[in-house]
Design a protein around this ligand. Sequence first.
Ligand SMILES: [Zn+2]
Length: 467
Amino acid sequence: MNTIEPSTTNKHPLIALAAEWILPMTQTPTCDHHDLEAPQWLDNHAIIIQDCKILDILSRDQILARYPDCEITELKGMALMPGLINAHCHAAMSLLRGYSDDLPLHQWLETAIWPVEAQFVDDEFVYQGTQLAIAEMLRGGTTCFQDMYFMPDQIARAAQQSGIRANIGLMVVDSETVWARDASECISKGLSVYDQYKHNSNLTFSFAPHAPYTVSPQTLEKLSTLSFELSLNIHMHLHETAAEVFDYQKKHDIRPLEQLHKLGLLNPQLNAVHMTQLNEQEISWLEETGTHVIHCPQSNMKLASGCCPTGQLLDAGVNLAIGTDGAASNNDLDMLAELQSAALLAKIDCLDPEKLSAYQALYAATMGGAKALGLEDDIGSLEHGKQADIIAIDLNQIETQPVYNPVSQIVYAASRNQVTHVWVAGKQLLNNRQLTSLNESNILNNARSWKDKILENKIVQKQNSEL
Ligand SMILES: [Zn+2]
């Protein structure tokens, strides 16, 4: 680990987090996951935090010799690791969790989700729904999420108040929505939100064209230019289902990914979400262009969308990140469960238990996400100079004992209820499972009253249709 001399004129106190295991996630996994150069974890070490950053990582018995004035927090039986990065979410849709289940994607969108969104989504819905999602994510060890939804100003407001890190996707669709009349208005309103919040150190922004079937090639071309000019990523649903690709090809005589390639959109600024339908040529393009793939295994399974070929993508050298998708299609924002699903799904998809190892899955949910968001110099691993985005997982529980290998326990055995502490930029946002920056009872009351409002309306509509 790198170290630097502690400053003698510190204004901020030094904090040492001493734990039984530390998983720095600094090693890049190779195709052969047995090939890692160093151990995947450090035993009995401590992380020294100064202000918002990691100053040092050193063995437990060196702390006081090197940093005599630091405050030591003992985390016995716990593992410290980088905060999980949820690389694809529609946070506000948490208010529609369980509203409609067990339907194919397009039927689910057209008969259930889009109508209720058209009727209820407003500033308060997005603000309060995003708060509910952030509370759930923090309690599950997610310290950064990438979002895509209407009213990005409300998403930014909720994220800023909570202290979580977020990449706010500036949603773009061609047709009229609750947010804007058309794509041009989506872009102009989105850019004013970007201007308003771009100096907040915990917030970054991307363009979020919804999908090839809701955004025209002309709009995508415009976004390609803007993304290059403003250095903003593009975050987009792509090749989510076979039907989407088939219909697009029938209409445009080209597959969506090839269309994006022709428009110059396959590049390291693109976060391609889902990607369940890929041929060998397309996997080569992703690798050659440095395009990132965001894998949402549980949403893909629940909507029976298909299976992202993560084993082949990793073998080809494509960067993989993991997302939960929205809670309306998942139905939770549980990144530990998601990365476990990712590991299991890759194995059954390839009938090869060596695909997507525990370490590779954890890497995808940390450094993989950081790379996709363009934040790999700041987050994703625990090392000197990076932001102190750290989570503690209590492995001293019946469900995760004994610990031969903490990576294995976290990926294959631990649940999010074992996440006890969370820090984002050095600020503690979860302390012994208590949220420190959000009011849990307000969030619960808001969620219940949205349910009452939406259900009441559904009953009135049913009565009217029966008259
Ligand atoms: Zn999505």
